[in-house]
Ligand binder design. Structure first.
Ligand SMILES: [Zn+2]
Length: 156
């Protein structure tokens, strides 16, 4: 019996996407995978960076891209690490999220498309942007070495 390999109309991209997710399952813990690749949310006040005040660069836990400088982190007391701005607007991408009966804006890593959290605006926080990037600790990795030199310019 000969195997046909010509049935390939448009299925390739789905297969590639599926293969990509399997690869992420190998490199991420189940907890990381559930948030980063499946859009989950860690429980509030449980994340390792919720109250973190150390200086550094918060990077994408999945791909290591620089996303949020620690100087944009502020104490929102919402239960998750909160930032008023990303390192640069092209570091993240935004997706309208209508799940859970709310209109929210999802924030993803622009480099690897992993889920970070959501961004909220106009809540009255005393920050330069009045925005709150509400990000899961488990989506982030703090790199203290990147702190030196103060505000970091994108250097690509
Ligand atoms: Zn990433």
């Amino acid at each position: 019996m000969t195997q046909s390999s010509e049935v390939n109309t448009g299925a390739a991209t789905n297969e590639e996407a599926a293969a990509e997710e399997i690869r992420w399952q190998d490199v991420l813990t189940p907890e990381e995978f559930a948030v980063l690749r499946q859009g989950g949310t860690e429980r509030p006040f449980t994340g390792e960076y919720n109250e973190e005040t150390a200086m550094g660069m918060y990077q994408c836990r999945a791909c290591g891209a620089d996303l949020f400088p620690s100087d944009t982190k502020f104490a929102s007391h919402c239960g998750w690490p909160s930032f008023y701005a990303p390192l640069a607007e092209d570091r993240v991408r935004y997706i309208r999220d209508s799940s859970l009966g709310m209109e929210r804006v999802e924030v993803r890593c622009a480099n690897c498309d992993s889920h970070m959290g959501h961004v909220f605006a106009g809540e009255g926080y005393d920050t330069p942007t009045d925005q709150r990037y509400c990000i899961n600790s488990i989506s982030l990795k703090l790199n203290p070495a990147a702190a030196q030199g103060g505000p970091v310019d994108a250097e690509d």
